[in-house]
Each structure stands twice: as structure tokens, then as C-alpha cells.
Design a protein around this ligand. Sequence first.
Ligand code: GFB
Length: 314
Amino acid sequence: MGTSGAELSTKIFVAGHRGMVGSAIVRNLQSKGFTNIVTRIRAELDLTDQHAVQDFFKREKPQQVYLAAAKVGGINANNLFRAQFLYENLMIEANVIHAAWSNQVNKLLFLGSSCIYPKMATQPLVEDSLLTGPLEPTNEPYAVAKIAGIKLCETYRHQYGANFICAMPTNLYGPGDNYDLKTSHVLPALLRKIHFAKIHGHPSVPMWGTGLPKREFLHVDDLAEACVHLMDTYNGEKWVNVGTGEDLSIKSLAEMICDIVGYSGELDWDASMPDGTPRKLMNIERIKALGWKARIGLREGIEGVYAEVKESLT
Ligand code: GFB
């Protein structure tokens, strides 16, 4: 293995293994032959409970931690459940990062989000644009929590020498996504809505916003590969953007999904729903220089996901 010295028997805690990101990391580690992966469902370990997290780390003594546990959601969930997005994410990060340090974890990878960058930051978003301007209001609580997570890793590194690193993924999709239309991200929402309109013969599909904002989408299996690669090879203080380097408008995404699903009706835009950030394309020079790039093209990735979930979408 690489510079982090991970052997296949390294005891690895994947926090959030039931989520889309955590489950992809577990799949990736298993495919590489890692044999000592520790996971806990929420009923066994509530990550917002400081004492429970401390007890767990004391008992299990993991050597590495992937911190993929988080309260996440699309623009509507972020906007509505503002207190929960701030409180739960702060608690999870503070508890896990502190317990990892106080129980001598060798290395931890914290997962953030592209929404940490200012709403009007220059595109593509470079890592150094953090805290240079105001955040997008719809997801400010989530972004503030994720920025706090980065700062925890940075300060535990400075004060205690902890090897805690951070990855900042762009918008993600893939197996295990959330298809609840009230709380989901845009890509699964569009797959479900457009599929529904097709099978019920509806002439149009209700869409939120103007369709003009641009987003970058990364398949979660590509992200998992990036995380395992960073854990293996990267020991830097600076957080690392993870994306494809390409974006498209929400309207173009919707048209691509109509094409994949085989739907030829209209898109009915509801401008009373929020657009969110106009654009958040990642600058991915840093991770490219570290030897990683995305492999799954957007169309191919959506086709794969659609084939998997099609039967269950109603
Ligand atoms: O993935 P999403 O919900 O969140 O995408 P963000 C929102 C964009 O898609 C907005 C449009 O421009 C919406 O107007 N959109 C159109 C829809 N139709 C729909 C729909 O049916 N559902 C949804 N959800 N959107 C999230 C943040 O921002 O990005 C999180 O809230 C996180 O904090 C995540 O950072 C990566 O991309 O705007």
C-alpha cells in the first residue's frame, strides 16, 4: 500500500456506511481486499451522542476513519430543516473527529461539499476561495457545518499533529440515492419525476426553478475511489476538491434524463422554487496532480442508475 501504511488488515471505521457515500466507500474497500472494516447502524451508535462515540472508539480502536456520516439533502431539505442540518452535522463531526484524535486514530478522511465555497466565487472553484465571501443562503447551515469540519481537521493537525485530511466532493449521484421528492437532490428527483410522467403518459413534468443554474455531477463510485486513493497517498493539510471538471445546466440535465428514460413531453419550470447557487464547478487540478480522475461519464452513470432503480420508481 501507499504512504499511509495501510495494510489490508488495517482496522477501518466507515462512519455513515448506510448512506450513498459510505456504502460506496465500503464497496470500494472490499473490492480492494480490506478485511477489517467496522460499521455501526444508527440504532447501535448514535454519532450525535458524544459519550457513545467516545465509548465506541475506546472499545474498537480503529486505525483509520472515513467520516461519511452526515445529514444531507437537496436544496429544499437544506432550506427547510436548517437547524437540523447545522446541529446534527456539527455534532457528528465534533464527536467523531475528537474521538478519533483522543483514541490515536492514524488517519481520518472528512467529507465536505462544494457548497462550502462562496456563492459568487470565481469558477471553477479553487480550494483557496474558502471563506472569501458570503455563502448561498439555501444551504448556509449545512455549509457552515462542513466548514467547521474542515477547521476541526486543520486545527487538530496544527495543535496535535493529527493526520486528518478532507475531500470536497461536487454534487453526487449513484446507487443508494434518496428518491423522496421533498428531500432529494436534483438528479434522483428528475429520474423519478420523468419516469413517472412517462409511465403515466403525462404531457409535462413539473420542474423547480428556472433550469438555468449549472451543476457538476460525480458518480459516487468515482468519489469512493478518490477517497480511498487520498487515504492511501495524501497527507496534506489542504482540503481537496473532487469532481469531473465538467458541468451542465439543470435544463440540459433534464433533457439528458428525458432522453435516457424515453420521455418526449414538456418540462414545466416553476420559478417560485429556488434556483440555489448559479454555478459550482470544481477546479480539480489538485486531485488530478495526485493521480486520480473520474472514470464514469455522466450519461453512462445515469443509465446505470436508472437500470437499477427503474422498477422501484413510482
Ligand atoms: O441537488 P440540488 O437539490 O441541490 O439541486 P444544490 C438543486 C437545483 O436543481 C436547483 C433544481 O437549481 C433547483 O431549482 N431542481 C429542478 C430541482 N427540479 C428539482 C427537483 O425536483 N428537486 C431538486 N432537489 N432540485 C445542494 C445543497 O445544493 O448540493 C447541499 O443543498 C449539498 O448542501 C449538495 O451541498 C451537493 O446543488 O442546489
